[in-house]
Design a protein around this ligand. Structure first.
Ligand code: TRP
Length: 349
């Protein structure tokens, strides 16, 4: 985490607890299927919040297009894949609204209005956008839509009048920028027409990819939620452990060891995991035995998800219905917020 983001997260830390009155909005770009990193980082907390608060999950296809306009068909296909992932892990559409961003035209109009409240210099300072621009090698050819996606994300959040946004620490600059826009709109309106929001940060550290690098679809180092037993086995066997731990009897390092990162995230038996860490550190526990345990843990977690996903994938009409109904409901909500923001800009209702 950069010093900049650390400052953001310290500021947010004290306030990151959900209350029954919170309105929750979070989203995912449909650029790939979801993986275990998403499960540990966000899906698990969304499952816990389901039924406690009003919650919407936004499949952010317009945001995905801001850096993937050349892969529009891929993005369109993954709207459905992400919906399948949500439903397979247990998101219940009767309790959580699942909506598709591109079907909510109020969000596009909010974005256009908010663009007047943000300077180009402010957009260029957003540390997450900066890092992404570098990662994608955009240099001087940044799509304008990409530079402005934090404004579109502010439209997502305020369109639902969300008060709590469960996200990774990389999204804290978006929350900050959203609240700046909220304050400007409220000043224009002369009234608190939009609420400020706060981040709900996951308590689990970011899960690494099997090679120890940042987990990413394109690196092929993430374990998809739809992984078969064979894929789980292959990916666990490829996991980075401790290169200095050659024989089982050698002392091994737990820090930076990917197998332990996954056991910490997913093994329901924390006591046994801490005993295994002791044995590993002292020497006498081999990688093969350790990986076999993790394979069992992941298979137990993913087998029911995989089965539900396969059943749902065969019922295309049902998944489309869920997206349709969720987007309808979300349309009514976001149109309400748009009406107030239009008022702030002295536009007719
Ligand atoms: N930017 C988020 C990501 O890349 C996705 C997203 C889009 C989002 N709209 C949102 C997250 C609104 C929270 C709230 O993961």
């Amino acid at each position: 985490m950069s010093a900049n983001m650390l400052a953001y997260s310290r500021a947010e830390e004290r306030r990151s607890q959900a209350n029954a009155t919170d309105v929750i909005l979070t989203g995912d770009r449909p650029t790939g299927s979801l993986h275990l990193g998403h499960y540990a980082g966000s899906l698990r907390s969304r499952l816990a919040l389901q039924g406690q608060c009003s919650q919407t999950l936004l499949i952010a296809d317009l945001q995905a297009l801001t850096d993937s306009s050349g892969r529009a068909a891929h993005v369109a296909r993954h709207v459905l894949e992400v919906a399948l992932d949500y439903l397979a892990v247990g998101i219940d559409p009767a309790q959580t609204t699942i909506a598709v961003q591109s079907r909510l035209s109020a969000l596009a109009e909010l974005t256009v209005l908010y663009l007047n409240l943000v300077t180009v210099a402010r957009l260029e300072r957003n540390p997450t956008v900066k890092a992404e621009v570098e990662l994608r090698g955009f240099e001087r050819d940044i799509p304008a839509g990409f530079l402005c996606y934090p404004v579109s994300q502010a439209a997502d959040i305020t369109g639902f009048r969300a008060t709590l946004v469960p996200v990774g620490d990389d999204q804290l600059p978006m929350i900050e920028q959203t609240n700046e826009i909220v304050r400007r709109v409220n000043r224009l309106a002369g009234d608190a027409v939009l609420p400020e929001c706060r981040a709900l940060l996951s308590s689990t550290p970011r899960l690494p990819g099997v090679d120890g690098r940042k987990a990413s679809k394109s690196l092929g180092n993430a374990i998809p939620l739809s992984a078969t037993s064979d894929e789980i086995r292959r990916l666990v066997r490829a996991m980075y452990t401790d290169p200095g731990h050659v024989r089982a009897s050698d002392p091994g390092r737990v820090e930076g060891n990917v197998v332990f990162a996954y056991l910490d995230a997913f093994d329901p038996d924390a006591t046994t995991v801490s005993e295994l860490k002791e044995r590993y550190r002292g020497g006498g526990l081999g990688d093969v035995a350790l990986k076999r345990r993790l394979e069992g843990v992941l298979e137990a977690l993913l087998a029911p998800i995989r089965a539900r996903r396969a059943a749902l994938a065969g019922d295309h009409a049902y998944v489309m219905d869920v997206l349709h109904a969720g987007s309808e409901r979300a349309n009514a909500t976001t149109e309400g917020a748009l009406r107030d923001v239009r008022g702030a800009f002295a536009l007719a209702a």
